[in-house]
Design a binder for this molecule. Structure first.
Ligand code: DQA
Length: 154
């Protein structure tokens, strides 16, 4: 049983109303409760956090270390393309993370092609709508299972 943290960045609290043709009809509460349930089924505890403020996201990442969070699922939203502070926070706590996007950022405006997270993430899942979150959770579970097998075999 691992402790996982889902972090969503700015404007994702408006999912369901926000550009539904791009981001879909599900609310963040829908996504969070479904994901927490899936995590439970895969034997993990998932905690969820959303903020529109960069410093709050940075502080949430800092406290994740003291809480023993083993892996972070992160949709940095617009901070993907701007936030060195959030990138540095993740590197500072050394908690592995998976970058998530609902939309296929590579197929959108040029400014969305740059991510300050992809090169330091375990991997990125983008373009599958809410399924991006589910796929990232599957990847997280497999990563954690591999890690504990490595520790067991030592
Ligand atoms: C997003 C993509 C970002 O470019 C955008 O700023 C978002 C959402 C996504 O999930 O597709 O807010 O991260």
């Amino acid at each position: 049983m691992a402790r996982l943290l889902l972090i969503n960045g700015p404007n994702l609290g408006l999912l369901g109303q926000r550009e539904p043709e791009i981001y879909g009809a599900d609310t963040l509460a829908d996504i969070e409760s479904r994901l927490a349930q899936s995590a439970q089924q895969q034997g993990h505890d998932l905690f969820c956090y959303q903020s529109d403020a960069e410093h709050e996201l940075v502080r949430r990442v800092h406290s994740a270390r003291d809480e023993g969070v083993e892996l972070i699922l992160l949709n940095p939203a617009a901070f993907t393309h701007t936030s060195i502070a959030l990138r540095d926070a993740l590197l500072a706590v050394s908690i592995p993370f998976i970058e998530i996007h609902l939309s296929n950022v590579a197929a959108r405006e040029d400014f969305r092609h740059r991510s300050f997270f992809s090169d330091v993430a375990l991997g990125t899942v983008a373009g599958f709508g809410v399924a991006s979150y589910e796929l990232a959770l599957v990847a997280a579970s497999r990563h954690l299972a591999r890690q504990s097998a490595v520790v067991r075999d030592r």
